[in-house]
Ligand binder design. Structure first.
Ligand code: SME
Length: 149
């Protein structure tokens, strides 16, 4: 049986080679979201792009979601503000969490940085509590770095 770590290793190398032929950021995010989602069958996997003072919904897989999130708002806006990954084991315990879906129970948000500036966030939601750990964080940060390169 393959472990989560094995799945992430394969996924990361597939994303890495796929990105080599494509420079457009939206195209890169679109395929990366599809591949992450397809591998782990999370509830929602997608990107929000920084557009001025807001995060605007970008390529994603899963049900429809809120389209705009302010700086410092929700988990996504907080990860943008703090320029670091936020792992939320129980979204109900996160003050200001934005519930796009009542079925989302835990969440991880990884900033996508270019030259030290957050240009987007990768947001993943799970229907189960405490889905995400340091392994998810480590590989998703690598994936965010590959996308921004
Ligand atoms: N829960 C997020 C909003 C985005 S949706 O989960 C897709 C947040 O609190 O920022």
């Amino acid at each position: 049986m393959s472990t989560k770590e094995d799945s992430y290793k394969l996924l990361t190398s597939q994303i890495q080679s796929l990105m080599e032929g494509e420079e457009d950021l939206v195209a890169r995010m679109a395929n990366a979201a599809a591949m992450i989602h397809d591998t782990f069958r999370f509830w929602w996997t997608g990107f929000y792009r920084v557009q001025g003072e807001q995060l605007v919904l970008g390529p994603f897989q899963g049900p429809m979601a809120c389209t705009r999130i302010g700086f410092g708002r929700g988990v996504c806006g907080s990860a943008w503000q703090q320029q670091r990954t936020l792992v939320v084991p129980d979204v109900e315990q996160f003050p200001g969490h934005i519930a796009c879906s009542s079925r989302s129970k835990s969440e991880i948000v990884v900033p996508v940085l270019r030259d030290g500036t957050v240009i987007a966030v990768l947001d993943i939601d799970s229907e189960n509590l405490a889905t995400f750990d340091e392994t998810d964080q480590r590989y998703l940060e690598q994936i965010a770095e590959i996308i921004a390169r």
